[in-house]
Design a protein around this ligand. Structure first.
Ligand SMILES: [Zn+2]
Length: 283
């Protein structure tokens, strides 16, 4: 990686910290139906949050996790979401610039696509990282995946992927994204009606969004990403039962596993698929 590439990774980390601060607002307000435009205030004493108290991570450390006005505690979860978003953004840009499997699958087939196609693909996966974190936290908090986040994501990804193709990225990737979105949506839709009470309607709608992103990268990514969700969900479910944190009847939200599975697919799906077809002697 070049010096410019490392600069872009560092820039993405900083951007992620700021977006993470916004995601904290989204995670709290979207399920509660509070407008995102309202100024932030302390939930205990209603004191407005001043700009210097709104710097990601640093403000929480300087305030030692307490409201400056009423000293009621501010959850450590706020700086953790900011750090996670910063790390995820840096990881996405690093992967796009440095991961051969990912570039081979989605972008470098037509390297003449150039900087604009690269930027649009990067924005698409940074957006996916942001909603992944927001939806994971909201699903853990409320067992819901709000339409207000999931449904516009179809449009955002479709516009960015189409733009990337117009700028030179391969059209096959867009076709795979469309097929991947439809296939994963249909798969979860069948699961929902085959076993009532298993999947929620939000899971079905999220599956289409994740399928688009997975399909864009490659077929191997789509298959690995789809099945990794059930593998990770099964392992963690059994682990929780062994630790007596859950029984067979405990309703564990599935959205976080779908998101985690998708990212396993995006990061390692093409490599895993090639290794597996190599084992079978197919290729
Ligand atoms: Zn307060």
């Amino acid at each position: 990686m070049t010096a410019l590439a490392w600069f872009l990774v560092a820039f993405a980390a900083l951007l992620g910290l700021i977006i993470g601060s916004f995601l904290n607002v989204v995670i709290y307000r979207v399920p509660a139906g509070i407008p995102l435009t309202r100024p932030s205030q302390c939930p205990h004493c209603d004191a407005p949050v001043r700009p210097w108290q709104n710097v990601p991570v640093l403000s929480w450390l300087l305030l030692r996790g307490k409201c400056a006005n009423c000293t009621s505690p501010i959850s450590v979860r706020y700086p953790l979401v900011e750090l996670a978003t910063g790390g995820a953004f840096a990881g996405v840009v690093w992967m796009l610039l440095g991961n051969d499997a990912f570039r081979l699958a989605s972008f470098a087939q037509r390297p003449e696509g150039g900087a604009l196609a690269f930027a649009l693909i990067a924005i698409a996966f940074l957006y996916l990282a942001a909603i992944s974190i927001a939806l994971t936290m909201i699903d853990l908090d409320t067992r819901r995946l709000p339409n207000a986040i999931v449904l516009p994501s179809y449009v955002v990804l479709a516009v960015l992927f189409t733009g990337a193709c117009l700028a030179g990225a391969p059209w096959e990737a867009l076709l795979r994204a469309a097929v991947g979105g439809a296939a994963l949506f249909a798969f979860y839709w069948v699961l929902r009606f085959a076993k009532p009470g298993g999947m929620g309607g939000g899971d079905v709608k999220l599956a289409g969004v994740l399928g688009m992103a997975l399909g864009w990268v490659g077929w191997g990514t789509l298959i690995v990403g789809a099945f990794a969700a059930f593998l990770v969900g099964g392992v963690i479910g059994i682990g929780m039962m062994l630790a007596h944190r859950a029984t067979r009847k405990t309703a564990i939200p599935f959205g976080p596993f779908m998101v985690l599975g998708a990212w396993i697919g995006i990061v390692a799906g093409e490599s895993i698929a090639r290794w597996y077809t190599g084992l079978l002697g197919v290729s």
